[in-house]
Design a protein around this ligand. Structure first.
Ligand SMILES: N[C@@H](CCC(=O)N[C@@H](CS)C(=O)NCC(=O)O)C(=O)O
Length: 210
């Protein structure tokens, strides 16, 4: 049995959960709230020394870093393959994963979604300078992703891959901010893919509760 440590609000946890769901693998989501006062429980750092979510445990195997978990989930279990067979397809998938981790996460999720949606939820104020400063880098990210979208219905072509699992949670949050919707309008192929992927059972089943 797989234990996935994390919280449903996390885009990285959702990415791992999407891969598990697309593969048809049962798992238990063990709650770890990294944003609880005082941070995650001290013993969680034995599983994830940087205190981030997710981490994974399967028998004696422990893993952290989402991309490592994604690859393990795909390669260690039966089920539909979530990585292309050909070298260029695999390289494109890695390119998506790397862009998302390196350039998309902080800009799209923290500087746009968290500022515009989360911070203002209870009447708080967004940091307008942070949002305005993020728009240029965000445009670059969306243009780069848009240029890589294959003839669908999935990011890499005719079947879902780890690229879809990793991209969908971040871009879905971006789409909840007005600036994000504007940015997505400028990336029609990416937007069409996001809308279609959002209708998948795996995506609906991993919707955060709050
Ligand atoms: N490189 C890590 C990043 C994971 C990550 O940043 N997770 C976020 C939640 S989406 C987190 O734990 N944030 C807590 C913090 O930054 O203190 C991975 O790929 O798993």
């Amino acid at each position: 049995m797989i234990e996935l440590f994390g919280a449903d609000y996390s885009v990285y946890v959702r990415s791992a959960r999407l891969a598990l769901a697309e593969k048809g693998i049962d798992y238990t989501l063990v709650p770890i709230d990294v944003f609880a006062p005082g941070g995650p429980p001290a013993d969680y750092l034995q599983l994830q020394p940087f205190g981030k979510i997710p981490a994974m445990k399967r028998g004696d195997v422990t893993l952290y870093e989402t991309v490592a978990i994604l690859r393990y989930v795909d390669e260690a279990f039966e089920g539909p393959p979530l990585q292309p067979d050909d070298p260029l397809g695999r390289a494109r998938m890695t390119q998506f994963l790397s862009i998302l981790d390196t350039h998309a996460y902080r800009t799209l999720v923290w500087e746009i979604y968290v500022e515009r949606v989360v911070k203002t939820r209870d009447g708080g104020a967004a940091d307008e300078v942070a949002i305005a400063s993020a728009m240029g880098p965000a445009r670059t990210v969306l243009a780069a992703l848009e240029a890589l979208v294959a003839d669908g219905p999935f990011l890499l072509g005719d079947r879902p891959s780890l690229a879809d699992c990793h991209a969908a949670p971040m871009l879905a949050l971006l789409g909840k901010a007005e600036e994000g919707r504007l940015l997505l309008k400028g990336a029609p192929n990416l937007s069409a893919w996001l809308e279609a992927f959002g209708r998948r059972t795996a995506f609906k089943a991993t919707e955060p509760a709050a």
